[in-house]
Structure formats: structure tokens, C-alpha cells
Ligand binder design. Structure first.
Ligand code: IMP
Ligand code: MG
Length: 184
């Protein structure tokens, strides 16, 4: 548990600690890319990023997947500025791409309560994809009911409020190249 450096990106806000460094993240994302590459030997692969939280992870991840693929996005609103999940999930942007017959890999920043994913998986599986799996950068393993296991996980994360590498608090800190735990 290293002390957080004084980082001008934090605007004076204290972080408890750095949880995953930039180098640790890069190494793990390369491993995930290899795992995903070998999991899809054939067929059309559509990598579906859940915005906004997955945007940095997704952009690194797709560059480490060594097979053809397409990229699209979903926008689901659930949290607002609160640190506690409201459980309301609303689709704000729905991809126009046909999902039928394709391998769909839904990319999420973090599995917390799992409500967002449960809702989205139900919605996406109704569109008859060839396969439907989840790749989450972080998994807190606190969800009581997950309708679908998360096949690809970057890190088993502590149950703390985490920011950086796409994850925000009230839209701040998404651009940190590492994952930090926020002081509450
Ligand atoms: P869930 O539906 O509770 O699993 O969480 C849905 C969304 O909440 C995630 O995609 C994140 O955008 C956000 N979230 C959950 N935990 C954290 C966190 O520790 N930091 C920042 N955002 C979080
Ligand atoms: Mg968020």
C-alpha cells in the first residue's frame, strides 16, 4: 500500500492509495487480450463497450486482441453522482449494429452490484447473438445475484470506491492512468 503521489490531476483531492499501477494494468490488459483472442477462434466478434466507464479499458483491450473485430458502444445511465447504486438502468444509446449471429463481448469498467449487467444481458440476449459474454476490468465480487458469470475479469477488486482508468466520481478522475481508492 503505497502513499499516493501528489498528482495535479487530482485537484487536491486525497486518494487513500494506488490500487493498480499503470504498469500492472498494461500487463493485465495484454493477458486479457491473449485470453480473448484464443477464446474466439472463428466467427464475427463485436466488442461492445459500456460508456462511459469502459472507454479507456476498451481502447487498450481491443489493441491487444489479435483477430478481426468490430467495436460499438452502449450507453446506460444508472448512477448519477451518487456513490451508492440506485439500481435504475436506462439505455441512452443503443447500437444500430445487428447482433444476431455474432459473438458479443460486453465490456464493462466494474461489476459492483451487478444490476447494470443483469439488465443489459437480458436485453442483449433477446437479440439472438451467437454468444454473449462479459469482460469487466474490475470485479468487486459483492453482487448477490448475477444472472450471468463474468467470463473475463481484469482484477478482483477491493470493495472500495475506485477511480481512474475510465472510472469516475461525479465525472472526475476518469483520466488517471492508474486505479486509485478515493478517501470517503
Ligand atoms: P453496478 O450496476 O452496481 O454493478 O455498477 C454499475 C456502474 O456503477 C459501473 O459501471 C460504474 O460506472 C459504477 N461504479 C460501480 N462501482 C464503482 C466504483 O468503485 N467507482 C466508480 N464507479 C463505480
Ligand atoms: Mg460511473
Amino acid at each position: 500500500m503505497n502513499d499516493a503521489p501528489a498528482d495535479p490531476r487530482l485537484d487536491g483531492r486525497a486518494v487513500r492509495r494506488i490500487v493498480y499501477t499503470e504498469a500492472e494494468i498494461a500487463k493485465r490488459v495484454r493477458e486479457l487480450g491473449d485470453q480473448i483472442t484464443s477464446s474466439y477462434p472463428d466467427g464475427d466478434l463485436l466488442v461492445l463497450g459500456l460508456l462511459k466507464g469502459s472507454f479507456i479499458f476498451l481502447s487498450d483491450l481491443v489493441r491487444s486482441i489479435k483477430r478481426p473485430l468490430h467495436v460499438d458502444f452502449l450507453v446506460a445511465a444508472s448512477y448519477g453522482d451518487a456513490v451508492v447504486s440506485s439500481g435504475n438502468v436506462r439505455l441512452v444509446y443503443d447500437p444500430e449494429t445487428v447482433l444476431q449471429g455474432k459473438h458479443i463481448l460486453l465490456v464493462e469498467d466494474v461489476v459492483d452490484s451487478g444490476r447494470t449487467l443483469n439488465h443489459l444481458m437480458q436485453l442483449l440476449s433477446a437479440r439472438s447473438p451467437r454468444s454473449l459474454e462479459i469482460c469487466a476490468f474490475l470485479h468487486k465480487h459483492i453482487a448477490e445475484h448475477l444472472s450471468h458469470p463474468t467470463k473475463f475479469v481484469g482484477f478482483d477488486a477491493p470493495n472500495e470506491f475506485l477511480v481512474g482508468y475510465g472510472l469516475d466520481h461525479a465525472e472526475n478522475f476518469r483520466h488517471l492512468p492508474y486505479i486509485a481508492s478515493l478517501k470517503s
